[in-house]
Design a protein around this ligand. Structure first.
Ligand code: AMP
Length: 398
C-alpha cells in the first residue's frame, strides 16, 4: 500500500510517498512559496537526485497537482499513475479535546478541524486547505488526519489546567494541549523497542529540540505532561520563541517600549528565544560554533537553553516519580552532542551517567549512557511522517 503523507503549512507543503509494505520512502519533497512569487517544488525520488521545478503555484491545489505530476513523471517519478496512491495521511496541528487519536477524514471531521481553528489560527486553516485540495484531486482515496495534540490528550487534569479562573477552561477551552505529539509518540515507542522493554513499564522524558522545542513526560506509553501549552509558545526556549516567561513582563515591556499587544506577541514568537538571548542567530549551529570559539553571547544562549530543558526533565522525573530514560530528538537533539551532554549532566543526581565517547555522533539511533547508568540516555531521530503513514494504514485497513 502506497501512502502519501502531507504536511501543509500556509505557504509550503511537505510530502512523502511511503510504501507501507516495507515502510520505505519512495520519494519526498516540499512545495515552497505557495501563492508567493518564486514558488518551486523540490522533489527527491529515493536513490535519485533532487529536482527543483520552478513554476507559479497560485494555491495549494496547484501545489498538490505538481506533487502528483512529479510522483508520476516519466523522468523522475516513482509510480506509474496516481491510482497507485491508496491513502493520504495529513498532519493536522490542533485537534482540541475532540480528537484523542487519528481519524478517517469525513465532512464531520473537516468541520471539527475548522472548529479548532481559533486555537491554531496559523496552522489548522492551512492543514484544511491541504485536505480540501487532496479531496478534489484524489476524490476516491481515503484520507486520515493525524493530530499533533492527540497524544497529549491522556494528560491528567492536574497537568493540563492553568491556575486561571476555571470558567475560561469551560467557556473557551483554555488549557494545556501540547504539540509535537506524533514525534513524542514515535520516539517513546522506539525507545522502548531499543531498550527491549515494554513501553508500559517505562518512564521516559522525550526532548524534542528543534526550531520549535518541547519536552514530554511519557509514563507507560502515555503522555502525562508536556511543556507546550494552549499554543506552541510555552515551555522551552526555542529558535525564536521565548518559552515560559512571567506573564507580567508582557505589559511591562509594552509600556516601556510603547508597543501594541500584536507587536509584543511578535517579539515573543519571532524575536526571542535563541535569537533574542544570543543576539547572533536563531540557528543553534551558529551558537555551537560560537561556544567552540569562546563567544560569550553564544555561551549565554547555550546555557539558558540547556538549563531550561534540564529543569523540565527534572520536573517530569518528579511528575512520574521516576525516570528510566531521557531521549533526544529533532534537529538539535539529534545533532548536538554538547547540548545532550550538558542537559544530562544536570541529571547526574538521578544516577544518569553519560558515556562521553559514545555521545560523539550526529543523527543516529544510539544509547549514549554508560552500562551502569541508572537512567538510559538515547538519541532517536524522529519520524513523524512514518507515524502518520502507520496510523493511516491502520485506519484505512487496506
Ligand atoms: P528542526 O526544527 O528539527 O529542523 O531543528 C532545527 C535546529 O536543529 C536548528 O537550531 C539547527 O541549528 C539544528 N540542526 C539541524 N541540523 C543540524 C546539524 N546537522 N548539526 C547541528 N545542528 C543542526
Amino acid at each position: 500500500m502506497k501512502t502519501l503523507v502531507i504536511n501543509c503549512g500556509s505557504s509550503s507543503l511537505k510530502y512523502q510517498l511511503i510504501d507501507m509494505t516495507d515502510e520505505s520512502v519512495l520519494a519526498d519533497g516540499i512545495a515552497e512559496m505557495i501563492a508567493i512569487e518564486g514558488s518551486r517544488l523540490k522533489h527527491k525520488p529515493e536513490g535519485g537526485d533532487k529536482i527543483i521545478i520552478e513554476e507559479p503555484m497560485p494555491d495549494h491545489q496547484k501545489a498538490i497537482e505538481m506533487v502528483i505530476a512529479a510522483l508520476t513523471s516519466d523522468d523522475y517519478g516513482v509510480i506509474k499513475d496516481m491510482s497507485e496512491i491508496q491513502a493520504v495521511g495529513h498532519r493536522v496541528v490542533h485537534g482540541g479535546e475532540k480528537f484523542k487519536s487519528s481519524v478517517l477524514i469525513n465532512d464531520e471531521v473537516i468541520q471539527a478541524i475548522e472548529d479548532c481553528a481559533d486555537l491554531a489560527p496559523l496552522h489548522n486553516p492551512a492543514n484544511l486547505i491541504g485536505i480540501n485540495a487532496c479531496k478534489e484531486l484524489l476524490p476516491n482515496v481515503p484520507m486520515v488526519a493525524v493530530f499533533d495534540t492527540a497524544f497529549h490528550q491522556s494528560m491528567p487534569q492536574k497537568a493540563y489546567l492553568y491556575g486561571l479562573p476555571f470558567e475560561y477552561y469551560n467557556k473557551y477551552g483554555v488549557r494545556r494541549y501540547g504539540f509535537h505529539g506524533t514525534s513524542h509518540r514515535y520516539v517513546s515507542a522506539r525507545t522502548a523497542e531499543i531498550l527491549g522493554k515494554p513501553v508500559e513499564e517505562l518512564k521516559i522524558v522525550v526532548c524534542h529540540l528543534g526550531n520549535g522545542a518541547s519536552c514530554c513526560a511519557v509514563d507507560g506509553g502515555k503522555s502525562v505532561d508536556t511543556s507546550m501549552g494552549l499554543t506552541p509558545l510555552e515551555g522551552l526556549i526555542m529558535g525564536t520563541r521565548s518559552g515560559d516567561i512571567d506573564p507580567a513582563i508582557i505589559q511591562f515591556i509594552m509600556d516601556k517600549e510603547g508597543i501594541s499587544i500584536d507587536e509584543m506577541m511578535n517579539v515573543l514568537n519571532k524575536k526571542s528565544g535563541v535569537l533574542g538571548v544570543s543576539e547572533i542567530s536563531s540557528d543553534f549551529r551558529a551558537i555551537e560554533d560560537g561556544v567552540a570559539e569562546g563567544d560569550k553571547d553564544a555561551q549565554r544562549a547555550n546555557d539558558v537553553c540547556n538549563y531550561r530543558v534540564a529543569k523540565y526533565a527534572g520536573a517530569y522525573a518528579a511528575a512520574m516519580n521516576g525516570l528510566d530514560a531521557i531521549v533526544f530528538t529533532a534537529g538539535l537533539g539529534e545533532n548536538n552532542p554538547l547540548v545532550r551532554q550538558e542537559i544530562c549532566e544536570y541529571l547526574e543526581f538521578l544516577g544518569l551517567k553519560v558515556d562521553k565517547e559514545a555521545n560523539k555522533f550526529r543523527s543516529k539511533e544510539r544509547v549514549f549512557s554508560t552500562a551502569d547508568s541508572k537512567v538510559a540516555a538515547l538519541c532517536v531521530p524522529t519520524n513523524e511522517e512514518l507515524m502518520i503513514a502507520r496510523d493511516t494504514k491502520e485506519i484505512v485497513k487496506l
